[in-house]
Design a binder for this molecule. Structure first.
Ligand code: BDP
Length: 605
């Protein structure tokens, strides 16, 4: 768990951020591992950490690199830290990394969106300069999560082909921190909240490394102590509880302490929003009230930074979500930064939290196939490598995501996969196992879902029976029934929804969208114009409003984002309501007018 508790400084924990500008080298000939680059790099250039490395250089070789890249930096560890356990912690490195300190491996990690930490005590020189080298690799296969492939071209160039519609940004994407932790320490904390009228309940379970007695104190936002308890498990009550509500967050702080013989060994705070989540029939209940999701599927994506953490961007996005009347997002198609999740808790933004399982459908330009429907050409889930190594990687991704994000009030549902090919019979056994695995992992037992695509419309999906909520990505009026046919798109969509409604589960439309170039205006409208995007939205909204089982609409996408280059994408996917630099298209104003009239309970004025 050492990596999974966020690196907060407390009375007992010291954190130093060593992000910045590091040395960098592309491994163009794939020779670094054999030639011991782990011991130190020569002929380096510079790279920002955190950031994707792809969009910083002017060379194509950087942007389109396939394979390893190497980073190096120097750091000191204070002599006073000798008494502590010292770690280096990465918020994420995409998609896998090995970290060496003074030539020795301290940690390796697979999976591009999760934190990991390596212990340094035995390899560092305290009080002196140490060197860290990190090799990061961006390759994808059918066995990795997310999925993709590598093709080798006639001239020997290797290319990563992602089975997904976003740029395969890579590098050290989140902050790198040194941590000095007490040897006897808090290792993990679970919280479970409930309420009965004005009485709030916070159940907790703490596990610790080493001996010690656990005690907890619960503070309100003003810093006033509202409850306290002893022991590693228990339940606290709060009089006149202030609930965590969508758009109106309230966060208590659970201060956990570990002491031995009256001496404090460790202390760690967890922010706690008191709220409940439940699915009942076709309703999605937050705090026992029906909730209506309004918002977007997003990406962590911006100019120059790529997928690198950007605090200013995240705040701007929160402002825009608030302005447009959104109350929710999906972390399509991978877990977002811990800092984003903290902001969502703070702002009352409801989150469908998605694993990086995307591209479980091995057709190039699969977004086209996915959007248009028809017969699947893919045999993805029949492949032994998918059923074995792929399944294991998927389970790892689920386990780590749940571990990292389980205590976030903002998380109301887990999405286990985006657009897997569930038109295949073999997907049934696969998802049966994946859902069964995930069921036992969340202490809060939140609803589980995956996102269904057009190749498995109502009546043809082999996995929805395992999901608590039906999530649908649909492009009626774009990939199908586009142009002059769009006038009938709403009716066609409504017809499919009527089928799903018979499942007696809530339905959330997790994607619907039309590519739109900001600034193109056409009367009458044509595809790609801002007018068309608005008319397209009207068709979709007509369908949603016709179906009482629909409890949410998350347009694709919040903002334009970068994709692989190709004949279907003009400098990226342009389905944003906002441009990539976060300015509104006409559709943003259009959505705002609708969402301002729909309250969080779905009541449409
Ligand atoms: C869906 C995918 C999403 C794509 C979108 C699109 O879930 O990642 O970007 O379609 O085509 O297939 O715009």
């Amino acid at each position: 768990m050492t990596a999974f508790l966020y690196p907060h400084e407390t009375k007992t924990r010291r954190i130093i951020d060593i992000s910045g500008v590091w040395k960098f080298k592309l491994d163009k000939n794939n020779e670094g591992r054999d030639n011991h680059w782990k011991d130190g790099l020569s002929d380096t250039t510079l790279m920002a950490v955190p950031a994707s490395y792809n969009d910083i250089s002017t060379e194509k070789a950087f942007r389109d690199h396939c394979g390893d890249v190497w980073y190096e930096t120097d750091f000191y560890i204070a002599e006073e830290w000798q008494e502590k356990e010292v770690y280096v912690r990465f918020g994420s490195a995409t998609h896998r990394a090995i970290v060496y300190v003074n030539g020795q491996e301290v940690v390796s990690h697979d999976g591009g969106y999760m934190p990991f930490a390596g212990k340094l005590n035995d390899v560092v020189k305290f009080g002196e300069k140490n060197t860290m080298v990190v090799v990061v690799n961006n390759e994808l296969s059918r066995k990795t999560i997310p999925c993709g492939d590598i093709v080798t071209h006639a001239n020997g160039t290797r290319e990563v082909k992602p089975f997904f519609d976003f740029f395969n940004y890579a590098g050290i994407h989140r902050a790198v921190k040194l941590m000095a932790l007490p040897k006897q320490r808090i290792d993990d904390i679970n919280v479970l909240t409930d309420f009965d009228q004005s009485l709030g309940k916070v159940g907790y379970a703490v596990s610790a490394l080493g001996a010690g007695d656990v005690s907890v104190e619960l503070f309100d936002e003003a810093g006033k102590l509202v409850a306290a308890g002893e022991g590693s498990e228990g339940s606290l009550t709060i009089d006149n509880v202030k609930l965590w509500q969508p758009g109106n967050a309230y966060l208590y702080t659970l201060q956990v302490s570990l002491s031995e013989a009256g001496q404090l060994q460790d202390q760690y705070p967890v922010e706690v929003g008191v709220r409940t989540v439940k699915v009942e029939g076709t309703r999605f209940l937050i705090n026992n009230e029906p909730f209506y999701f309004k918002g977007f599927g997003k990406h962590e994506d911006s100019h120059i930074h790529g997928r690198g953490y950007d605090a200013a961007l995240n705040l701007r996005d929160m402002e825009l979500l608030d302005w447009i009347g959104a109350n929710s997002i999906r972390t399509s198609h991978y877990p977002y930064s811990e800092e984003f999740m903290q902001l969502a808790d703070r702002k009352g933004l409801v989150v469908i939290n998605e694993t990086p399982a995307v591209g479980q459908f091995d057709v190039m330009m699969n977004f086209m196939a996915a959007g248009q429907g028809g017969e699947s050409q893919s045999k993805f889930f029949e492949r032994p490598e998918v059923q074995n190594e792929g399944m294991e990687a998927h389970k790892d991704a689920i386990r780590e995501l749940f571990k990292r994000d389980k205590n976030h009030a903002c998380v109301v549902m887990w999405s286990l996969s985006n657009e897997p090919d569930t038109s295949q019979e073999a997907s049934d056994a696969y998802f049966k196992e994946v859902f069964a695995y995930a069921r036992d992992l969340d202490p809060q037992n939140r609803p589980l879902t995956f996102v269904n695509f057009m190749l498995a419309p109502y009546g043809k999906c082999h996995a929805h029976q395992y999901a608590d909520v039906i999530c649908l990505n649909r492009y009626y009026g774009w990939y199908m029934m586009g142009g002059i046919e769009m006038d009938n798109a709403g009716e066609a969509f409504a017809k499919e929804l009527a089928g799903w409604a018979t499942e007696n589960k809530p339905v959330v439309i997790t994607e619907y969208g039309a590519d739109t170039m900001a600034g193109i205006h056409k009367l009458p409208s044509v595809q790609w114009s801002e007018e068309y995007q608005c008319e397209y939205l009207d068709q979709q909204h007509y369908a949603f409003d016709s179906c009482p089982a629909v409890v949410g609409e998350q347009m694709w996408n919040f903002a334009d984002f970068q994709t692989w280059e190709g004949i279907m994408r003009v400098d990226g996917n342009k389905k944003g309501a906002f441009t990539r630099d976060r300015q509104p298209k006409m559709s943003a104003h259009h959505l705002k007018r609708r969402w301002d009239k729909i309250d969080d309970f779905g009541y449409k004025a």
